[in-house]
Write a protein that binds this ligand. Structure first.
Ligand code: LHQ
Length: 261
């Protein structure tokens, strides 16, 4: 059977590689099922403290496999989102571990917005982000209408969505759409080093930061201050905080929680 997703278990972190390179890693049902399941397992696994998502071949992900549609059929795309894309995006956003995305090539349609749902996004200089939806009379999905205007402002988001013009990685970084663009040949190493570094940090500490930022757009300042108080109260009682302070005072690297072997 075609292995549509490669799962590699590294030293305390997992690398997930979309693996349909001949289709620029476009999503079919098998890839959806595999990625959703792998993220669920990664969330639970003790040996996984950070996740790296990337694509095989020259593309990151071209969104929905447009060849999957049966000829003459008027499909219920709402149902497709409900069954596949929305649970995937929700799972990444709720996952209490960092998800790094290495965009190795073109990221189009839902593939672009999948990348934006991840916590830290690096892209190869040659990669492009394309809100392709308008070209086929669709609405940007997978959280695109949520993430894009928040990251780069409505003026730029709307123009990208209306025109479907490709946005080069360097501009994406300049505009704050992603963390950074790196030379193509350095992408894998940089992304792997970053993921490994995150795997050695306090997982519960990073999960609290992720949660605070996740709910921030819907909160008033008052509500957010209350949340910071509550999270800091929990953090202050954690063994990881005690270890962090002890390590600082003893001038040595901290050993947080269950460390990767
Ligand atoms: C593909 C695809 C693809 C199949 C490249 N499917 N084969 C959600 C709910 C439900 C349904 C609808 O959609 C959604 C969300 C969405 O994601 S909608 C947006 C869907 N994606 C697109 O519209 C992007 C379509 N692809 C492209 O525009 C181009 O392929 C890009 C700009 C990504 C890359 O262009 P090139 O570098 O010139 O590559 P290419 O077009 O030659 O593609 C390489 C191969 O990959 C080619 O196959 P072939 O057999 O001719 O070598 C393409 O047919 C195939 N491929 N995207 N989405």
């Amino acid at each position: 059977m075609e292995q549509v997703l490669k799962v590699e278990k590294r030293d305390g972190w997992w690398k997930l590689t979309l693996n349909r390179p001949e289709k620029l890693n476009a999503f079919n049902e098998a890839l959806h099922a595999a990625l959703y399941a792998a993220l669920g397992e990664a969330a639970e696994a003790q040996d996984c403290r950070a996740i790296l998502l990337t694509g095989e071949g020259r593309g990151f992900c071209a969104g929905q496999d447009l060849g999957d549609r049966k000829p003459g059929e008027a499909p219920d795309l709402g149902n497709t989102l409900e069954r596949f894309y929305n649970p995937l995006i929700r799972r990444i956003r709720a996952l209490p571990k960092p998800v790094v995305c290495a965009v190795n090539g073109v990221a189009a349609g839902a593939g672009a917005n999948l990348a934006l749902a991840c916590d830290i996004v690096l892209a190869a200089q040659s990669a492009k982000f394309i809100q392709s939806f308008s070209k086929i009379a669709l609405v940007p999905d997978s959280g695109g209408t949520f993430f894009l205007p928040r990251l780069i402002g409505e003026a730029r988001a709307k123009a990208l969505m209306f025109t479907a013009d490709p946005l080069p990685a360097a501009t994406a970084a300049e505009w704050g759409l992603i963390w950074k663009a790196v030379e193509d040949e350095r992408l894998t190493l940089e992304a792997e080093n970053l993921t490994e570094r995150l795997a050695h940090q306090s997982t519960e500490g990073l999960a609290r930061i992720k949660h605070a930022l996740e709910v921030s757009p819907g909160n008033s300042l008052d509500a957010q201050l209350d949340l910071e108080r509550d999270l800091q109260r929990q953090a202050g009682k954690s063994a990881d905080y005690a270890e962090g302070v002890r390590a600082f005072l003893e001038k040595r690297p901290p050993r947080f929680g269950k460390q990767p072997a």
